[in-house]
Design a protein around this ligand. Structure first.
Ligand SMILES: Nc1ncnc2c1ncn2[C@@H]1O[C@H](COP(=O)(O)OP(=O)(O)O)[C@@H](O)[C@H]1O
Ligand SMILES: O=C(O)C1=C[C@@H](OP(=O)(O)O)[C@@H](O)[C@H](O)C1
Length: 261
């Protein structure tokens, strides 16, 4: 499981960087000829992931100098394979000048991995990491669950919008937004000042992840009865119907659909 998780995290970022090229055509990865995208050959084999690695990674690492340089710059805060770290470091160096310090906003349903991926992404980019839920909690002096309970969802949304507006004036941040930040158009106006990335994960996978960690910190999932997985899935389905379309406003979509996790 751990290997799968770390692999997904790593490939999420690679996908992200590749998708970015279609939205930001000046990114250098657009100019890499197709055949060179297959230049990186992994020797490690992690079962079903092996093929995906070959398909997703698009960096040329045959240059021994690049290999050395990249591997010495790996910071080590995440637990992907050496090859994943290496590929990320190289691609990061390539795209950094084109991102020009713009903030990156990760959007997606609860459990999509915005926080997990955001921390890693900020580290490789040399950006700071921010979790908008945490900023709201600090501003109000209560946990998200307590804010919902004491003041209601609208109050939480107001605070969330305030925090996103503050962040929109900053640079060099990776922001993990709350899953519901996408419902307010004003949040999009603020977030689109940076680069918005939708981490799109099938609801069943989200429900599995959430069932594994519990719903304590996610008050919108507290209502239904039944086992943890069924409860989470029912509620996620309702939320998806209400707001699923809003995620598509993002500049970039990183889809983890079809993969086994
Ligand atoms: N790519 C992934 N594959 C499998 N599990 C993941 C992945 N990303 C995150 N998780 C797990 O899912 C749960 C929710 O992740 P989190 O980053 O908190 O999501 P979000 O911030 O979008 O709500 C955590 O337990 C985390 O370990
Ligand atoms: O989807 C939502 O409306 C919410 C998602 C949560 O954030 P995560 O997506 O980080 O769990 C948090 O903001 C709050 O519980 C509401």
């Amino acid at each position: 499981m751990a290997a799968n998780v770390t692999h997904m995290i790593a490939t999420s970022k690679l996908d992200l960087i590749e998708s970015a090229s279609t939205h930001f055509p000046s990114l250098p990865c657009c100019r890499v000829p197709r055949k060179e995208k297959w230049a990186l050959r992994f020797t490690s084999s992690h079962g079903p992931w092996k093929k995906e690695r070959h398909r997703l990674v698009s960096v040329e690492t045959s240059d021994p100098y690049m290999r050395r340089r990249a591997s010495t710059s790996v910071t080590g805060i995440y637990y992907g394979s050496v090859e994943d770290n290496l590929a990320l470091q190289i691609k990061t160096q390539e795209i950094l000048p084109y991102i020009e310090g713009l903030c990156i906003y990760l959007v997606g349903m609860m459990g999509a991995g915005k926080t997990t991926v955001g921390r890693v992404l900020s580290d490789v980019l040399g950006y700071s990491f921010c979790d908008s839920d945490k900023l709201v909690e600090q501003a109000v002096g209560a946990s998200v669950a307590e804010i919902f309970e004491m003041y209601g969802e609208e109050h939480f949304r107001d605070k969330e919008s305030e925090e996103l507006e503050n962040l929109s004036m900053m640079k060099r941040l990776v922001v993990s937004t709350g899953g519901g930040a996408v419902v307010r158009p004003i949040n999009w106006i603020n977030m689109q000042k940076g680069i918005t990335v939708w981490i799109d994960v099938p609801l069943e996978a989200l429900a599995r992840r959430i069932a594994a960690v519990g719903t304590d910190s996610r008050p919108l999932l507290h209502h239904e009865s039944g086992d943890a997985y069924t409860k989470a899935l029912l509620r996620l389905n309702c939320l998806w119907k209400e707001r699923g379309h809003a995620y598509a406003n993002a500049h970039i979509r990183v889809s983890l659909g079809g993969k086994c996790f």
